[in-house]
Write a protein that binds this ligand. Sequence first.
Ligand SMILES: [Zn+2]
Length: 351
Amino acid sequence: MNTLMKSCLAVAVAVLAAGSASAQQASSARNFESEINAALESAKTAAGFEFTGTLARICLLPQSGGEDTSDRVPGYVANPASAPARETWYGEPARVFDNLYFVGGKIHSSWALTTREGIILIDTIYTYNSEELVVGGLKKLGLDPRDIKYVLISHAHADHIGGAEMLQTKYGARIVMGGPDWDNVAKHPNRYKTMAPKRDIVATDGMKITLGGTTVTIWLTPGHTPGTLSYTFTVFDRGKPVNVVYSGGTAFNFVNNTPDPGIRNFQTYIDSQKHIAEKAAATGATVILSNHSEFDNAVNKNRMLAGRGDGPHPYEIGSDLVQRYFRVMQGCARAAQLKLEQRVAETGKRE
Ligand SMILES: [Zn+2]
């Protein structure tokens, strides 16, 4: 080999080595686009045709940038005439299981679990419609609102806590809420005007609320709010026990427009969904309930009940689909979390 050939070879080897080094660099750099797509794909696959509302709400819509820290009296409390028109929210109450009644509206849900010693009520909707939907709904179904012994508040947003003060004052119901959400209510006297119950039972993870032989087990699922609660309990369908998991908070209402604390907040949310999915699996839950019809399709399912005949209960979707519900939540949250991780990787900025 002559000198020229030797040096050509040396250059070629150097070029090859450089090429493979940069290829190595590229393959070790994260491909965020494909990771985000994989997270979205997993949520979409998990949703199937059953959870399109949840998928659309948290995978598709732009998320709110952060939590509301203001303390203003809501317009519909300051001026009740400005509350949304009845036809936008009114829905028919329904007996859904032997011992579980729907007393919500078109958009938001409230559930009454009946026992031989009274009613455990789950969520209370707004100040302006809790009287008609919850109190009126119970009466329409032949139940007595004076039997409400416990009111479980999934989280302290006005669409779920709205009737809590009224139910506590009128019927002496015990109110259960997550500690951080009790604190939030105390901190915002204007925002919670006419809806703030006196501080009562502070929920803990695994706490059991038992009334007349029926037990609701509370699971702390912080994320949507720091005090969000989810539940497991058993209902009966024509005498057959059916296990239910209730998901207490869904949308990304926490601060998530900056990597810090957005990445951490998404992780809290994801960990909570894993926690409640585990409890759903352990209790053999075949029904998923929520506090928005958008997520569990309650209003449509209530209509389907009328034509059920001897067919399956429209709410009983099986344990596999119940698990898939929580995978939709995790996939959408992971995709949003990845976008923040990508921003850090590209800009080095966490704020
Ligand atoms: Zn909420």
